[in-house]
Design a protein around this ligand. Structure first.
Ligand code: HEM
Ligand code: HEM
Length: 216
C-alpha cells in the first residue's frame, strides 16, 4: 500500500546529495576544523602535540574536498536525469547527451584524483583550475538550477549553486597549495582567511539546501 511518504526512485536519487553531505561531509569538516586548530597550537608550541596532527588535518581536508566534489557531481547528475525524463519520458532522444555529461563528470573526478597524486606546483595549479573549470562548465548546462547568473540580481546571492561552486573552488585551492601552506607563513594566513569563508559558506549551503528541499 503506497503512503504519502513513499518516494519515487528519482526522489530517492535527489536525496543522495544532501544525505551524503550531512552524513559524511559535515562530520569530517568538524574534525578538520578541530585538527586545524590543534595544528596551529602545535606550531605555536602552546600544546605539545604529535607531528601527525598537521598531517591528519591536511588528509581530512582532502577528504572534505573530494566528498564535496562527489556530492556536487551527484546533484548535477540528478538534475540532468530529471530534465531528460521530463522532456522525453522513456524515449531515446537526448541519451547521447546524457552519456556525454556523465563521462564529463567522471573526467572531472579523474582530474581531482590526479591532483592528489602530482607534486610539481604548476601541475597542481593547472589540475585544480581544470577541475574547477570542468565543474563550472557542467554547472553552466541549462538543466542546472542556478537561479540567475547576474550578480546584480538578488537571486544570485540566494543561489545554492553559486555559493556551492565558490566553496568547492576554495577547497580545491587548499588541496592544490597543501605543501606551500605548510611551508610559508603568508600562505598559512591566506589559508586560514579563505577557510573561515569556507566555514561560512558551509553554513550558507546548509540553509539554502534545506530551503530548496522545502521550496522546489
Ligand atoms: C574546513 C576547512 C579548513 C579549515 C577551517 C582549516 C584551518 C586550518 C588552520 C587553523 C591551520 C593552522 C594554521 C597555523 O598553523 O597558523 C591550517 C593549516 C593547514 N591546513 Fe587547513 N583548514 C581547512 C581545510 C584544509 C584543506 C582542505 C587542506 C588541504 C589539504 C588543508 C591543509 C592545511 C595544511 C597543509 C596546513 C599546514 C599544516 C602544517 O602546519 O604543517 N586545510 N588549516
Ligand atoms: C558542502 C555543501 C553543499 C554544496 C557545495 C552543495 C552544492 C550543490 C550544487 C552545486 C547543486 C547543483 C544544483 C543543481 O543540480 O541544480 C546542489 C543541489 C542541491 N542541493 Fe546542495 N550543496 C551542499 C549542501 C546541501 C545541503 C546540506 C542540502 C540539504 C539539506 C542540499 C540540498 C540540495 C538540493 C535539494 C539540491 C537540488 C535542488 C536545487 O538546488 O536545484 N545541499 N547543491
Amino acid at each position: 500500500m503506497s503512503s504519502a511518504l513513499s518516494l519515487t526512485p528519482m526522489q530517492w536519487l535527489g536525496l543522495l546529495h544532501p544525505v551524503l553531505i550531512i552524513l559524511f561531509v559535515y562530520p569530517v569538516v568538524g574534525a578538520t576544523i578541530r585538527l586545524g586548530t590543534l595544528a596551529r597550537e602545535r606550531r605555536l608550541q602552546i600544546n605539545p602535540l604529535p607531528a601527525s596532527v598537521p598531517v591528519e588535518h591536511a588528509d581530512h581536508g582532502r577528504w572534505v574536498a573530494g566528498g564535496v566534489l562527489v556530492a556536487v557531481l551527484i546533484a548535477f547528475a540528478h538534475s540532468y536525469l530529471a530534465a531528460w525524463l521530463k522532456a522525453d519520458p522513456g524515449g531515446w532522444d537526448g541519451v547521447g547527451r546524457l552519456v556525454m555529461v556523465v563521462l564529463a563528470e567522471l573526467g572531472t573526478l579523474a582530474i581531482y584524483l590526479l591532483l592528489l597524486k602530482v607534486r610539481r606546483p604548476p601541475s597542481r595549479a593547472v589540475l585544480a583550475l581544470a577541475c574547477w573549470l570542468a565543474l563550472l562548465v557542467l554547472g553552466a548546462q541549462p538543466e542546472i538550477n542556478r537561479l540567475t547568473d547576474n550578480p546584480f540580481n538578488g537571486d544570485f546571492w540566494r543561489s545554492h549553486y553559486w555559493s556551492g561552486v565558490l566553496l568547492t573552488g576554495l577547497l580545491l585551492a587548499s588541496v592544490a597549495a597543501k605543501p606551500e601552506i605548510a611551508r610559508h607563513l603568508s600562505m598559512r594566513r591566506l589559508h586560514v582567511y579563505a577557510n573561515v569563508l569556507v566555514a561560512v559558506l558551509l553554513a550558507v549551503q546548509a540553509i539554502t539546501g534545506t530551503r530548496n528541499l522545502l521550496v522546489f
